[in-house]
Design a protein around this ligand. Structure first.
Ligand code: GLN
Length: 492
């Protein structure tokens, strides 16, 4: 039998159904790995041992009775952005210190209703703000991959860095992430795993800590395209508790994996070819184009003329909405409270101590762009850009079925290299934010390693609610690229 923690979700599902091993054995194998590895990787901020064991026992009972559900006995990790009844939920922030929600997010509760086992909560940038997991109050997650022959700690990406590293280092079979401007796709690319940001409205946001309500979306992160299809099918669906969730049937994503892309039209947006782009990113993109062409797809050049405005617009819209979402953390209702001489100084001290520097920067930018004197110069202009970006994609999708682009402007970078320069950090999101602005689905597929042995990924962007085509194209790319070389295990 394979090492249990090396199995894909699809393989583990079969093994469990056939009784080759139990959910308890599978869960224990992951708990042992986490115990041995988390000190070095820092992917989990909380391990829910007892709950995991109890859920695994329940799964074993149902499997024995032949009543196994879609994810029965599959151990998953949950980004700390999701409110869970088990343990605490902090979204990587000191201000939510020991916050214990009394309810479960819809998406995680959908997973538990399908039989999944909760291993614990995963590290992330504070409130999702960051691209390197370095803004977390729990310290950064470390990428399992290293530059060949060195031991320099590299970022696992962000904000879902804990989810990405946990999947890559075999500390869970799959994980929940959230993506507001690239937080599933960028860490996925930097750790060599698959992730999908679904169409806005495909998954409920209820019980997910709000960052940018008009952009936030939950999605699965796992080691294969098929595994992501399995988990998304379970997560997705209409939820009356989230008025932006869409009342449309959830397709059978796994059956979209036909392996056939003959005649599928793949758009290559010329604006994604940047002058400053490293040769290795250009090459991986070209390789992806060749793989799909060889598989019978039709390659079409397209233009998304407003692409260069996406990043600036995102860094107005996101701080604006988040500054307003974060108003609720005042020391009265949730988590951390600092002392003060009166109520105003209590608020001030709580927010001064409770929020990290990046969150405070965003609150200041957000309140500035929303202030009555500057609103029309910045926020309203960014809203108009949003419409233009949306129209760019609509026009492109008249000619093509999906778009293929890079995900990140570089492979994983050493920790500490971008933290002093926020604009440099924001630049990591250059290829991912437009998708959120337009509400579209997009997937990261591991596509190779660079000369240093670090993973590189490609992004497939689809029409709204056309996740099935993304999965179909993504799987063809995945099999053309073949499995990535595994990182040398230095962490246990
Ligand atoms: N890196 C982006 C930001 O800092 C996106 C984060 C996300 O998708 N949560 O805002």
């Amino acid at each position: 039998m394979d090492n249990l923690t090396d199995m894909t979700i699809a393989a583990a599902r079969e093994g469990l159904r056939r009784g080759e091993f139990s959910a308890t054995e599978l869960t224990e194998a992951y708990l042992v790995s986490i115990e041995a590895s988390n000190g070095a990787i820092n992917a989990y901020v909380l391990v829910t041992h007892e709950i995991a064991r109890e859920m695994a026992r329940g799964a074993d009972d149902r499997l024995r009775r032949g009543e196994g559900r879609a994810l029965e006995g599959i151990p998953l990790g949950i980004k700390d952005m999701f409110c869970t009844r088990a343990g605490i939920t902090q979204a990587g922030s000191r201000i939510l210190n020991s916050f214990k929600p009394s309810y479960e997010s819809t998406v995680s509760s959908n997973l538990w209703s399908d039989g999944a086992v909760m291993l614990g909560k995963l590290n992330m940038d504070e409130f999702g703000m960051g691209s390197s997991n370095e803004t977390s109050c729990f310290g950064p997650t470390i990428n399992p991959y290293r530059i060949k022959g060195t031991d320099i700690p590299l970022t696992a990406g962000g904000s879902s860095g804990g989810s990405a590293a946990a999947v890559a280092a075999r500390l869970c079979a799959g994980a929940l992430g959230t993506d507001t401007g690239g937080s599933i796709r960028q860490p996925g690319a930097l750790t060599g795993i698959v992730g999908i940001k679904p169409t806005y409205g495909r998954c409920s946001r209820w019980g997910m800590i709000a960052f940018v309500s008009s952009l936030d979306q939950a999605g699965p992160m796992a080691r294969t395209v098929r595994d992501c299809a399995i988990v998304l099918e379970s997560m997705a669906g209409y939820d009356p508790k989230d008025s932006t969730s869409v009342d449309m049937p959830v397709p059978a994503y796994e059956s979209a994996l036909t392996g056939d892309v003959k005649g599928t039209r793949i758009g290559i947006p010329k604006e994604y070819r940047l002058d400053s782009m490293p040769a290795e990113i250009e090459q991986i993109w070209q390789r992806g184009i060749d793989w799909l062409r060889d598989a019978g797809a039709e390659i079409v050049d397209v233009s998304l003329p407003h692409t260069r405005y996406a990043l600036p617009a995102y860094y107005i819209l996101a701080p604006a909405e988040s500054s307003s979402n974060l108003l609720r953390y005042d020391g009265v209702r949730y988590g951390f409270r600092a002392e003060g001489d009166d109520i105003v100084s209590m608020y001030e001290n709580t927010r001064t101590i409770g929020f990290g520097p990046e969150v405070k920067r965003r609150i200041m930018i957000g309140t500035y762009v929303l202030s009555s004197s500057f609103c029309s110069d910045h926020y309203l202009k960014a809203r108009k850009v949003r419409t233009l970006i949306h129209q760019d994609f609509e026009r492109a999708f008249e000619k093509v079925d999906v778009l293929l682009t890079p995900v990140t402007p570089s492979a994983a970078f050493p920790l500490g290299t971008s933290t002093l320069d926020p604009v440099r950090m924001y630049h990591n999101d250059i290829f991912t934010v437009a998708v959120n602005i337009a509400g579209l689905p997009a997937m990261v597929v591991p596509s190779g390693v660079n000369a240093d042995g670090l993973p590189l990924g490609l992004q497939v962007i689809g029409r709204a609610f056309d996740e099935p085509t993304l999965f179909r194209v993504g799987e063809v790319l995945e099999s053309a690229a073949g499995p990535l070389p595994r990182p040398d295990v230095w962490w246990r």
